[in-house]
Design a protein. Structure first.
Length: 450
């Protein structure tokens, strides 16, 4: 008997105990340090302490007798993963234009030519819906369209025309539309958006007014906070779901409690999750860094969430604003179960596609507009680079050679193909995620076993 190859022991920061997770069976337990050591010593003939009943450990899949049992656990988990993946709708990301009305200090898209492709022409929008009907029309669940940029929601006659065409086309095709926006022109576009079918609007606030305005000014230099807040209030009033994003780094993380207090005072945090949710993200590290971003300001994943846990302990009200997921530990704390395993974290060219203003097709939001990642065209004619598409589609921890035998594969999923490409020159390379560290932070944040 030994510890399963896929069991993960995660130290909990600031506590003596360790979190034992078997992602293949969805089981987790907190162990005293002595119990964790005893489990590790099993192959050398160690004995189990009385606190660890063998039958319980076996049922949870924490311990196995050998390779055959590990292989059976893996096969069952892969079947569960495939079933879950089939329930995920495809996201069709459309960039009507790479242009933007803001001048954020950390914009990674400054490397792209904002005029490339101009504003998507009406006939290109028609071609997009024809392509979607042909290539995604039979999918169940139904795909959804996400307007992305650049900035897709601008209050100009030409942009209004395109937004109306996307909403009309989506309505006719029975698709919902989401948008990722800087929020600057939201208030003016509310009547148009309220006509639907809008699934969700993602909008970014980077902190309280002065800090946000410094990081995310209008191209004219003017502040944007007040207008964005007016837009969010309008969405809330119209019943349109809001996904509030904060791009966090060393400059603004400590101001999150102030932003949380602002959101609470606005009544946003009283809304149900289906109407208002938050996400905290890091700046993109792709394709070179934004020139005006202070390089030392970026957090790595562990630092970001370690600092967030500390901040939440000092400011418990932050928990109402955002509860991180910590690779499924949030789900475990809230439901008593870990989420299904995920052997593939990268949806590019599988559950996500992206469409540029010039009629080009890409695999995802991170690669859209990048000439090396063009996978074909949907206008003026449909051309698909099947070999390039196949390379993206086959990427998962089942095919990346470095991931073979990695215990973290069902949680890490191989990370992001675009980051892997950026670092290793190929998407068929690993982008490792700090799973044990985040498990440990999650156990601490959610007070598991405390
Ligand atoms: S390449 Fe990265 S950003 Fe793009 S879909 Fe894959 S994981 Fe997401
Ligand atoms: S990307 Fe790295 S951590 Fe993730 S499964 Fe592959 S080898 Fe393991």
């Amino acid at each position: 008997m030994r510890l399963s190859r896929h069991a993960i022991l995660a130290p909990v920061p600031g506590r003596p105990d360790q979190l034992l997770v078997q992602p293949l069976s969805g089981q987790a337990a907190l162990l005293e340090p002595a119990s964790a050591a005893a489990l590790r010593a099993l192959p050398a003939g160690g004995a189990l302490p009385a606190s660890l009943p063998e039958e319980t450990l076996r049922q949870a899949g924490f311990v196995v007798d050998g390779e055959a049992e590990d292989a059976a656990l893996l096969a069952a988990a892969r079947a569960e993963w495939a079933e879950e993946a089939a329930k995920t709708p495809t996201q069709l990301v459309v960039v009507p234009s790479f242009g933007c009305n803001l001048a954020c200090t950390y914009c990674y898209q400054e490397l792209f030519d904002p005029t490339a492709g101009g504003l998507m022409a009406p006939e290109v929008i028609e071609a997009f819906f024809a392509y979607v009907e042909r290539h995604h029309g039979a999918e169940s669940p139904r795909p959804y369209v996400t307007l992305f940029g650049g900035e897709p929601l601008r209050d100009t006659p030409a942009h209004r025309d395109r937004i109306a065409r996307f909403l009309g086309g989506a309505r006719a095709a029975r698709l919902q539309v989401a948008a990722v926006t800087n929020g600057h022109d939201l208030a003016a576009l509310l009547p148009l958006l309220s006509s639907g079918p809008v699934k969700e609007i993602q909008v970014t606030l980077d902190g309280p007014a002065a800090l946000h305005d410094r990081r995310r000014p209008h191209a004219s230099g003017a502040g944007t906070f007040a207008r964005i807040v007016e837009g969010i209030d309008g969405l809330v009033e119209a019943g349109i779901p809001v996904n509030l994003r904060v791009v966090a780094d060393r400059e603004n993380l400590s101001s999150l409690p102030e932003l949380a207090a602002f959101a609470a005072a606005r009544g946003w945090l009283d809304l149900p999750d289906a109407k208002f949710k938050t996400q905290i993200g890091r700046n993109y590290e792709l394709f070179g860094c934004a020139s005006r971003q202070e390089k030392g300001a970026l957090f790595d994943r562990v630092e970001l969430w370690a600092r967030y846990v500390e901040l939440s302990e000092a400011h418990p009200e932050l928990r109402r604003f955002h509860r991180p997921r910590f690779h499924g530990i949030g789900h475990l704390a809230e439901t008593g179960e870990l989420p299904a395993p995920n052997f593939d974290a990268c949806p590019a060219a599988k559950k996500e596609w992206a469409f540029g203003p010039d009629g080009s097709i890409y695999g995802c939001t991170a690669t859209v507009g990048h000439p090396s990642h063009r996978l074909g065209r949907f206008h003026p004619e449909v051309v698909r680079d099947d070999a390039a598409i196949a390379r993206w589609r086959e990427r998962s921890t089942l095919t990346i050679s470095a991931c073979q035998g990695c215990a973290l594969a069902p949680v890490c999923g191989g990370g992001c193909g675009a980051i892997a490409w950026n670092q290793h020159g190929s998407a068929q390379a690993p982008d490792c995620r700090p799973v044990p560290e985040l498990y440990g932070l999650g156990a601490r944040y959610y007070g598991l076993g405390a």
